[in-house]
Design a protein around this ligand. Structure first.
Ligand code: AMP
Length: 544
């Protein structure tokens, strides 16, 4: 028997309609690429997104077409997203930090017909335009006054495109499983693969991400997504904020400590989210200037492991609660968040911080398990660690155009490529990427744990650990350090600092110092590049 409730497709347009009707006056503030701060409301976003949809329809864009966006977090980028989705087309977020050949690959693979591009990225596209013939029109996200001289085909200023039509546009209505967004994973091997979100998955994931034990935001909050819309959907914030009626603060291209701090303070932000590198810049800036945070209540930190010192600084020095988060592009992206549970209220601050080092509990709609190499499920005892697998309505079921073949097992589990523990209360802790874990004498050493301890040393700016071949143990850890400016910290001092904080047999066999650690387009340490760089490095313990 079927239920007798209304069949109301979960479309992205319903989110914006809700914001317009119930929170039409709430502000959206942007630091524009041109410089000045821009302010308007959800009512304006609603109206201008319909103008974008109408303008795109006029350009011949139809249901299912892909429209690229290569842009910072701004009000225009939001308008583009909602306009594209409202027409039934698919926003394709293009990460400008990818190499030119990867950009060429993904734009062609996606078959983007139109690309919206911020001023800063125009030269990148000019450099590859001969190789991306599928793009018919480039929309430069600025007004006529700031339009650059460009060779891009059919280049038009965003404001001219949008203002060429009115907002008399009725959102298209279609099946909620229709594709809404496309984001390519920045895999370190092989070509990037496209994850194709649906309207239903975006709406469900947004609802789960905004809930109490997740981002915990409402209409009283002011949210600043520093995590870019081109990296895993800005962690759902473009959906959560209008759903909840939260003020939205879009930081644009300036992510240095000073710019972020001034926006947090000036716009009275209560919740923000980004990867650890961004917070490192903010913390350094605040420490140098002896600055405070007067309104910020919570910060979500994820994308790579949040070091203990970072949690300590936010919570102890600034009274800001840290929500450690884990997820991936294939999961829309949020999988877990580290909200404490009933019974943990009375833990000491240090015990709470220790708990928050774990990546957290699954949000509603995500199921998780860990398995051994034979696909046997391992116990949730917080000790056993194995391959982390997930499933749910906002987890990818395959890659765009079938790349990579069947990515689920028979029961629908997706292997995240991460290795983790899950404890009896459901808290998951990443110990490594499966390919980065160091296999020493048949046991596994977590490179992430070693990195976390090493960056706790006050003279260490960044740390990376890779496994190097060892005649007796198969692999042993090499710790690679970037010293803070002016530091001469030595190998012995680093190892002495780590002594007692990790198991003896996890102690790195050697420490190397370099000027800079290479990062991927999404800010992760490029272990492959480090393995290549250090392939001839001989561990002192490896002498035969
Ligand atoms: P991406 O698809 O670029 O978002 O990358 C997803 C991967 O980032 C995950 O599979 C993890 O390996 C890593 N990751 C994300 N969040 C965390 C976290 N909080 N701690 C450790 N690793 C993380």
């Amino acid at each position: 028997m079927k239920g007798l409730m209304q069949d109301w497709p979960l479309l992205a347009s319903t989110i914006l309609d809700h914001a317009n009707t119930n929170h039409g006056e709430r502000e959206i503030v942007t630091r524009t690429t041109e410089g000045p701060i821009h302010r308007y409301t959800y009512a304006d976003l609603h109206s201008r997104s319909r103008q974008v949809a109408k303008a795109l329809e006029k350009q011949g864009i139809v249901l299912g077409d892909r429209v690229g966006t290569m842009a910072w977090n701004t009000h225009r980028h939001l308008e583009a997203w909602y306009g594209i989705m409202g027409l039934g087309a698919v926003y394709h977020t293009i990460n400008p930090r990818l190499f030119p050949e990867q950009l060429v690959y993904i734009i062609n693979h996606a078959e983007d017909r139109i690309v919206f591009v911020d001023l800063t990225f125009v030269p990148i596209l000019e450099g590859i335009q001969d190789q991306i013939g599928c793009v018919e029109t480039f929309v430069i996200m600025t007004d006529a006054e700031h339009m650059p001289q460009t060779s891009l085909k059919n280049a038009v200023a965003y404001e001219d495109l949008v203002n060429g039509v009115d907002d008399d546009f009725a959102w298209k209505v279609f099946d909620e499983n229709t594709a809404a967004g496309l984001c390519y994973t920045s895999g370190t091997t092989g070509n990037p693969k496209g994850v194709l979100y649906s309207h239903r998955s975006n709406v469900l994931h947004g609802m789960a991400a905004g809930s109490k034990d997740a981002f915990s935001v409402g209409s009283m909050d002011a949210i600043m997504p520093v995590v870019p819309m081109f990296h895993a959907n800005a962690w759902a914030i473009a959906f959560v904020a209008p759903m909840m009626g939260s003020k939205l603060v879009m930081p644009g291209m300036q992510m240095d400590g000073a710019s972020i701090h001034s926006l947090l303070e000036d716009e009275q932000v209560t919740f923000t989210a980004a990867v650890p590198t961004v917070w490192l810049m903010l913390l350094n800036h605040m420490e140098e200037g002896n600055l405070k945070l007067s309104t910020l209540k919570r910060v979500a930190i994820g994308g790579s492991a949040c070091p203990q010192v970072m949690i300590e600084k936010f919570e102890k020095n600034y009274g800001v609660e840290v929500m450690h988060a884990w997820g991936m592009t294939e999961m829309s992206p949020i999988g877990t968040l580290g909200a404490l549970k009933a019974g943990m209220e009375n833990l000491s601050q240090d015990e709470k911080i220790k708990q928050k080092l774990k990546q957290g509990r699954a949000i509603y709609s995500v199921e998780m398990k860990i398995t051994d190499d034979n696909d046997e499920e391992l116990p949730n005892d917080g000790v056993a660690f194995g391959h982390l697998k997930v499933r749910g309505p906002a987890v990818a079921s395959g890659y765009f155009k079938g790349e990579g073949g069947n990515i689920l097992d028979q029961e629908g589990w997706f292997d995240t490529g991460d290795v983790s523990t899950i404890d009896s209360l459901g808290f998951m802790q990443i110990t490594d990427r499966a390919k980065d874990v160091i296999k020493s004498g048949g046991e596994w050493i977590s490179s992430i744990d070693l990195e976390n301890v090493a960056v706790g040393h006050p003279e260490v700016a960044e740390a990376a650990v890779i496994g190097l071949p060892h005649p007796k143990w198969d692999e042993r850890p090499l710790l690679i350090i970037v010293r803070k400016d002016g530091s001469n910290v030595t190998k012995d001092e680093i190892l002495a600092y780590m002594d007692g904080k990790i198991a003896k047999w996890w102690m790195p066999d050697d420490v190397a110092f370099i000027e800079e650690i290479p990062h991927t387009a999404t800010g992760k340490i490029q272990k492959m590049a480090l393995r290549e760089q250090f392939k001839n490095h001989r561990l002192p313990t490896a002498a035969v």
